[in-house]
Ligand binder design. Structure first.
Ligand SMILES: Nc1nc2c(c(=O)[nH]1)N[C@H]1C(S)=C(S)[C@@H](COP(=O)(O)OP(=O)(O)OC[C@H]3O[C@@H](n4cnc5c(N)ncnc54)[C@H](O)[C@@H]3O)O[C@H]1N2
Ligand code: MOO
Length: 425
């Protein structure tokens, strides 16, 4: 088996700068985001009920042991195994009844039993809970024929979470599993990052609202609905969303307004080299700066990250597939960095369903679809012959992006390549 690209490699192949010198590699671009973008400092306290999707600003520590007390894992009878003398069977009088939620006062002292229910505290003296199916109930006594092990069906205090243990580190995004951990740890109020304020400016004279009236040479706007959905899933506040015309003065005005109210301004389109591409000149006219502008990837080469005043700026290309790919790779990385979230999920290896022939030069991020497993249990991806930055129809069947190193011209079927699954946001 030939590994064409080791996951631990420092670069993805696009470091080979035999092409345009102005472009940086994808890994360098991601490293600049990680190295230069600090979290927006604002935090707030939220109740657990309202914390879904937020990023923890502080670690969560358990206020108490979980479980807080020894309790029964089954409906049955709590007994003291040390009181079972001889070989049995034993007849044990039932001296107490302990439902869940009720503090227990009667101890199990000697050869007696307490009727107990799942989740109820195990009475003092008892060390084992025998399932009711394993005893014979006879009036006020039970008949027990097999000696239970000490600890049988007892959930020990602290066996799940120790008091004071860190159940979640800061930077974790609160999904259902994290919320469950907070609840078990008794953390009812959490210190979380405030939602990022994001503004979206989709540019292009030809762009019209999706599904609405359009003249010849006009197109429906894919980027606004696509990115609005992505931003909703990323749990940010969209504080402004507008359509910008291809004119410098208008863009300067709109970008200036947006930068004054947002932590992050996202633009699409108008970022290439033609004289109709006014986004970068507008950013510069506002005294902005770039962290990078141009990455050796296909699609999405013109993607840019920088600042406009106090706001961060993400310039995505206009082609919708390019915009989506660069949103997935750089947009989500930027949002993670700004919201103090931990590192992004890593790429994994998959094998190619068929051979690949391509023009080398830029690292290609080609939409790919998971297509089962090969005889070695490795995941296979299928894909189109080439990446088309304007063919939106190719996006929805895909599950993620296959990374083809910049210098690779051909790969056989079964080649191992990196794969980054699409994030829902
Ligand atoms: N001479 C060169 N031309 C181009 C280069 C280059 O290096 N030299 N790069 C090409 C690449 S690669 C890309 S990617 C695009 C990026 O262009 P822009 O970001 O300036 O985007 P636009 O020109 O505004 O639009 C590109 C394309 O996408 C369509 N579009 C724009 N917005 C939307 C939208 N909201 N919904 C749907 N479709 C949209 C637009 O109509 C264009 O067809 O530049 C290449 N050119
Ligand atoms: O960088 Mo562009 O997205 O290839 O068409």
């Amino acid at each position: 088996m030939t590994i064409h690209q080791a996951i631990a490699s420092p670069g993805c192949g696009c470091d080979s700068q035999d092409m345009l010198h102005s472009l940086i590699s994808i890994d360098e671009a991601l490293a600049r985001i990680a190295g230069h973008i600090a979290p927006v400092g604002r935090t707030e306290a939220l109740s657990l009920d309202h914390a879904f999707g937020r990023i923890l600003a502080q670690p969560v520590r358990s206020r108490a042991m979980a479980p807080a007390f020894d309790n029964a894992a089954m409906d049955g009878y709590a007994i003291a195994t040390s009181a079972l003398t001889g070989a049995g069977p034993w007849v044990l009088p039932v001296v107490a009844r302990v439902p869940a939620g009720q503090a227990v006062t009667t101890p199990v002292a000697g050869a007696v039993a307490a009727r107990i229910f799942t989740g109820a505290p195990v009475p003092l003296g008892a060390d084992s809970v025998v399932m009711q199916e394993d005893v014979l109930r006879d009036g006020d006594a039970i008949h027990l024929s097999h000696r239970p092990e000490p600890g049988l069906n007892v959930r020990r205090a602290g066996s799940d979470i120790a008091k004071g243990a860190t159940v979640l580190d800061k930077g974790r995004r609160l999904g259902p599993r994290e919320i469950a951990a907070c609840a078990a740890a008794g953390a009812g109020i959490l210190r979380v990052r405030r939602r990022l304020r994001v503004a979206l400016l989709v540019t292009g004279d030809e762009v019209r609202r999706a599904g609405g009236a359009r003249e010849e040479a006009q197109i429906w706007d894919v980027n606004t609905p696509m990115l609005t959905a992505g931003l909703a899933a990323a749990d940010v506040d969209v504080v402004a969303s507008a359509h910008g015309a291809d004119n410098l003065a208008g863009l300067v005005r709109e970008l200036g307004d947006m930068a004054a109210q947002a932590d992050l301004v996202i633009t699409t389109g108008g970022i290439s080299v033609g004289e109709e591409d006014h986004v970068k000149p507008a950013v510069m006219a506002l005294g902005g700066e770039t962290l990078f502008s141009g990455v050796a990837i296909k699609p999405g080469k013109p993607v840019s990250v920088g600042r406009i005043g106090k706001a961060h700026w993400l310039g995505l290309p206009g082609n919708p597939v390019s915009a989506f790919v660069t949103w997935q790779v750089f947009g989500l990385a930027l949002i993670r960095a700004l919201s103090g979230a931990g590192p992004a999920p890593t790429r994994r290896h998959v094998v190619t369903a068929g051979p690949i022939r391509r023009k080398p030069g830029r690292c290609e991020l080609r939409p790919a679809t998971l297509a089962g497993f090969d005889g070695h249990g490795r995941e296979i991806v299928s894909f189109e012959d080439a990446t088309h930055s304007a063919r939106v129809g190719l996006l929805s069947p895909a599950d993620g992006l296959m990374f083809l190193p910049a210098d690779v011209e051909s790969l056989p079927a079964g080649a191992l390549v990196e794969f980054q699954p699409f994030c829902q946001s």
